[in-house]
Design a protein around this ligand. Structure first.
Ligand SMILES: NCc1[nH]cc(CCC(=O)O)c1CC(=O)O
Length: 318
């Protein structure tokens, strides 16, 4: 591999949670190995500061991204590394995803000090999650469970579990694996029962669109099968109204040149049963991936899914 002999120094803007720092350092190491000089700019975003209120009331998940974008705009940083799951479907004018990297495990994990699986939870057990997606999927599997809100970064959520506030919690396997917390996983959910969120487990790198040089520098870090897959998933969300705080799951997998896309929408009030949709097709371009996602969103709406932003306390919850 040729190594760039005179690279201009790069700065990665990152949130300061352990997971965000791990992800930024991961990208830093990959770029250093290719000859780039890379440093990190740690930032506390508004989304990290507001822990007592529903994020959807003060601006939604975009709060985690906005301050990093300001740093890119000001030239204090050139790259922002994100969990793709937290990236709004539409980026502001002048910003783009330059690169989607190979996906970690996209599935959800069941975490509990006491119980080995969801099936072992006693009647009426308390499960912590602030994700509307996890809430509606859990209620479909086990209507008897009590779902209680749970916000904060991974360490905070695990601490609240250990303090006894919940019998179990559901977290993305990817975050736990990245932080070496695999031992906390009791079972990994089959995607057919706990369908993951669009983009779960994948990292995206955001740049200003004017920076073609960066898009080129990042190209070797891109993972095309992941990019196609998450593009189809994100197209479902975008087509349903774009918000991450929606009781919506979308998960795709490639089998040969066939992309299989599953989605589910649940009514948080439980008035109608879960709406599910599936489509598969030959997907070789991002346009084809988008089209598959739109077709699945159309099916969801035909099945009764409502494309509006969800209720309180769901932002950044998974
Ligand atoms: N919503 C917070 C968030 N954003 C990304 C991850 C996990 C890592 C990933 O999906 O890439 C998590 C934690 C969780 O949902 O358990």
């Amino acid at each position: 591999m040729p190594v760039n002999p005179h690279p201009s120094p790069l700065v990665i803007a990152t949130r300061e949670s352990r997971l965000a720092l791990w992800q930024a350092e991961h990208v830093q190491a990959l770029l250093r190995a290719r000859g780039h000089t890379v440093s990190l700019l740690g930032m506390t975003t508004l989304g990290d500061q507001i822990l007592d209120r529903s994020l959807s009331k003060v601006g939604g998940k975009g709060l985690f991204v906005k301050e990093l974008e300001t740093a890119l705009q000001d030239g204090r940083a050139q790259l922002a590394v994100h969990s793709l799951k937290d990236v709004p479907m539409e980026l502001p004018e002048g910003f783009a995803l330059a690169c989607v990297m190979e996906r970690e495990d996209p599935r959800d994990a069941f975490v509990s000090p006491t119980f080995a699986s969801l099936a072992e939870l006693p009647h009426g057990a308390v499960v912590g999650t602030s994700s509307l997606r996890r809430q509606v999927l859990l209620q479909a599997l086990r209507p008897d469970l009590r779902i209680e809100p749970l916000r904060g970064n991974l360490d905070t959520r695990l601490r609240k579990l250990d303090e006894g506030q919940y019998d179990a919690i559901v977290l993305a396997a990817a975050g736990l694996k990245r932080l070496g917390l695999d031992a906390r996983i009791r079972t990994i959910f089959d995607p057919t029962e706990m369908l993951p969120a669009a983009g779960q487990g994948a990292l995206g790198i955001e740049v200003r669109t004017a920076r073609y040089d960066l898009i080129e520098a990042l190209a070797p870090l891109a993972h095309w099968p992941t990019w196609l897959t998450v593009t189809a998933e994100r197209a479902v969300s975008r087509s349903m109204g774009g918000s991450c705080s929606m009781p919506l799951a979308a998960h795709a997998r490639l089998e040969g040149d066939q992309l299989h896309l599953d989605a589910a929408w649940g009514d948080p009030e439980g008035r109608i049963p879960l709406v599910r949709a599936h489509a598969a097709g030959t997907v070789l371009t991002l346009e084809q991936a988008n089209a598959l996602g739109q077709a699945v969103a159309t099916q969801l709406r035909a099945g009764g899914a409502i494309g509006v932003a969800g209720a309180a306390d769901s932002a950044s919850a998974g």
